[in-house]
Ligand binder design. Structure first.
Ligand code: 3PY
Ligand code: MG
Length: 255
C-alpha cells in the first residue's frame, strides 16, 4: 500500500509536484508518467472545471500520483466534491481570516471536526480502502491547505494556522508580491517578497504544518526549497509544453 500524501510530504526529499491548467486527463497522466509524483489541478486560474476534474483525478491516481486540486476563490463546496472524487489535498486561494479558514476546513473534514457531508463512493473506489477505512482515515489523510497571498493572511497567519482542520499553507508569490507592493506590481525577486515567504515558512513549521509554494520555474523551486518549504510546484503544463516546443524548434533551426 502506498504511503498517504501526508507521509510522502514528510519524506526525506521533497515530493516532485506538477501543476495542470489544461483540462485533459491524458495530459495529466503523461505528466505523472514523466516524473511528477503529485499533480495539482488548477480550477482557479486553469481551464479545468468541475466537469473535467473527475477523469483527471482518476488519471493522476491510475498513473500512481497523488492528486491535488485548487478551487476558485471562496468555493468551499467544490472542495468537498473534489475530495469526494479522490483529491488528496485541496488548496483554497485568497484566504484572509480565521473565519475563511474555518469555513474551508468545515467543508473538508467529516464530523465531529467539520461538516463534510458523507458520500465518498468515488474516493473509496480510487483509494482501494473499505468505506469504513476511508471514512475513519479521511480527516487525517486529506489535506486542507490555505493560500497565504494577501496582507491580512500574513497578519493573521498564526491564528489561521491554529484553526482545527487546517493542515498547511501554500504561498502564491504573484498575489503576495502584488499585495506587498505599493503600486500593485508583482516582484518575485524583491527582498520584501522573499522575507515574507521566509516568515511564512518559519511560522508554519513552528506550527508543525505543511508549507508549499508555487514555483514558476526550476530556479524558483530551488529557491523555495532552500527557504525550507516542504514542497514547491514546478512550472505548469502550458509552460512546460511551450518551452519544450520552443527548444525543439530552436534545435532544428539553429543547426
Ligand atoms: C500566485 O502566485 O498568486 C498563485 O496563486 C500561483 O498560482
Ligand atoms: Mg494567487
Amino acid at each position: 500500500e502506498r504511503p498517504s500524501l501526508r507521509a510522502a510530504l514528510a519524506g526525506d526529499r521533497p515530493l516532485r509536484v506538477g501543476w495542470s491548467c489544461l483540462p485533459d486527463p491524458l495530459t495529466t497522466e503523461t505528466m505523472v508518467r514523466a516524473g511528477f509524483e503529485a499533480l495539482l489541478l488548477d480550477l482557479q486560474h486553469g481551464m479545468i472545471d468541475m466537469g473535467a476534474a473527475p477523469a483527471m483525478l482518476a488519471a493522476i491516481r491510475a498513473a500512481g500520483g497523488y492528486a491535488l486540486a485548487r478551487v476558485p476563490v471562496g468555493e468551499y463546496q467544490s472542495a468537498s466534491r473534489l475530495v469526494d472524487w479522490g483529491a488528496e489535498m485541496v488548496v483554497a486561494p485568497m484566504i484572509e481570516t480565521v473565519d475563511d479558514a474555518r469555513a474551508f476546513a468545515s467543508f473538508m473534514k467529516y464530523p465531529p471536526d467539520g461538516l463534510r457531508s458523507y458520500g465518498p463512493a468515488r474516493a473509496v473506489q480510487l483509494s482501494g480502502l473499505s468505506a469504513e477505512a476511508y471514512r475513519t482515515s479521511a480527516n487525517g489523510s486529506t489535506l486542507a491547505v490555505v493560500m497565504i497571498e494577501t496582507r491580512s493572511a500574513l497578519a493573521n497567519l498564526d491564528a489561521i494556522l491554529a484553526v482545527p482542520g487546517i493542515d498547511g499553507v501554500f504561498v502564491g508569490p504573484y498575489d503576495l508580491s502584488i499585495a506587498l507592493s505599493p503600486d500593485g506590481e508583482p516582484g518575485l525577486d524583491r527582498p520584501d517578497t522573499i522575507a515574507a515567504m521566509e516568515r511564512v515558512v518559519r511560522q508554519t513549521k513552528a506550527a508543525g504544518k505543511v508549507c508549499g509554494a508555487f514555483g514558476a520555474n526550476a530556479a524558483l523551486v530551488r529557491r523555495y526549497l532552500g527557504l525550507g518549504f516542504t514542497f514547491a510546484t514546478l512550472s505548469t503544463d502550458m509552460d512546460l509544453i511551450a518551452g519544450a516546443v520552443k527548444a525543439a524548434i530552436a534545435e532544428v533551426e539553429s543547426a
